[in-house]
Design a protein around this ligand. Structure first.
Ligand code: PEP
Ligand code: MG
Length: 318
């Protein structure tokens, strides 16, 4: 089976009727980039940078971060590498940051909120990512966005990092794309506005499901409510794609839903441009794509958006 799949490695991802979609890989460490490329990834759609910060006693320096980002970028030889800025908090703690104890960590001091509260920490990372952009195609991505002001503040910090690097004579890609994760209903429902402020968006379904369903993604006793195919989740994905395209920007999806074969026709039908998944799923999904008709996928998506619950959606997808 693996041997049969291998023939898809260097092929583009296209449906039977010629609709193009791009399949990328999620990684947590720079060392995984090379293997992702070998498994047919057309880029890195999500580099979870927080792993660089975990299991140690202090913050990684700008040099350490730069080395890791550069390594991933060089391994991908010109293909895009989407580096997500620090997404800590929620279930992922950093003892050395002395983060406050909270009643609701998933609704608390995390990700972009923490970074904007600690601009020195954030600037170090932004500088490291900008420096890595000199060695390939880097896309910088912000996690847990809920408000336009978070994007404005980040743009100001990126501008400051650029100015510093220019003054220091350190090279970077002045065209580096900046995008956001859409993983809260607040961001999803504001896509018409937020889409005008960024170069791309990427849907984080793991958190979007959690926040839409008001269902802790780690809590076993309510896991029946954690429903990626709930019509309220799918309607948001549909709206995000529609409004992002109206703004002339592309839409990625990088949550676990992207690896599910049963979701794939639906995501094509809704018009998602890029899907980022665990590298081991890429070739099988690419093979599936070749047997699909995009018109049928669109009709499937249209009917799914009229469903009342996840059960109905799942029976349509069968
Ligand atoms: C997501 O929320 O869907 C996502 C890709 O990010 P993470 O799983 O790291 O929260
Ligand atoms: Mg997330």
């Amino acid at each position: 089976k693996d041997n049969q799949l291998a023939r898809w490695k260097d092929e583009p991802t296209v449906t039977a009727d010629g609709k193009r979609i791009v399949l990328q890989a999620n990684i947590g460490h720079a060392e995984e980039a090379e293997a992702a490329l070998k498994q047919g990834a057309e880029g890195i759609g999500l580099f979870r940078s927080e792993f660089l910060f975990m299991h140690r006693n202090d913050l990684p320096s700008e040099e350490e971060q730069f080395a890791a980002y550069k390594k991933a970028v060089e391994a991908m030889v010109g293909k895009p590498v989407t580096i997500r800025t620090l997404d800590i908090g929620g279930d992922k703690e950093l003892p050395y940051l002395q983060m406050p104890r909270e009643l609701n960590p998933f609704l608390g001091y995390r990700a972009i909120r923490l970074c904007l509260d600690r601009p020195h920490l954030f600037l170090t990372q932004l500088r490291a990512i900008l420096r890595a952009s000199n060695y390939g195609q880097v896309r910088l991505m912000l996690p847990m966005i809920c408000a336009a002001e978070e994007i404005r503040q980040t743009h100001r910090l990126i501008e400051q990092a650029r100015t510093e690097l220019t003054q220091e004579g350190i090279p970077y890609d002045s065209q580096m794309k900046v995008g956001i994760m859409v993983e809260t209903p607040a961001a999803a429902l504001l896509m018409d506005q937020l889409g005008a402020m960024v170069d791309f968006v990427s849907i984080g379904t793991n958190d979007l499901v959690q926040y839409t369903m008001a269902c802790d993604r780690m809590n076993e006793s309510i896991s029946y409510l954690y429903q990626p195919y709930h019509p309220s989740v799918l309607r948001q994905i549909h709206y995000i794609v529609e409004q992002a395209h109206r703004n002339g920007i592309t839409v990625s999806l990088c949550g676990e839903l992207g690896s599910e074969a049963s979701a794939f026709p639906l995501l094509i039908g809704m018009g998602v441009d890029y899907i980022s998944m665990s590298a081991s799923s890429i070739l099988a999904i690419r093979e599936t794509a070749a047997s699909l008709d995009s018109g049928k996928c669109e009709r499937l998506a249209a009917s799914v958006l009229q469903c009342a619950d996840q059960e109905e959606v799942l029976s349509l997808l069968k």
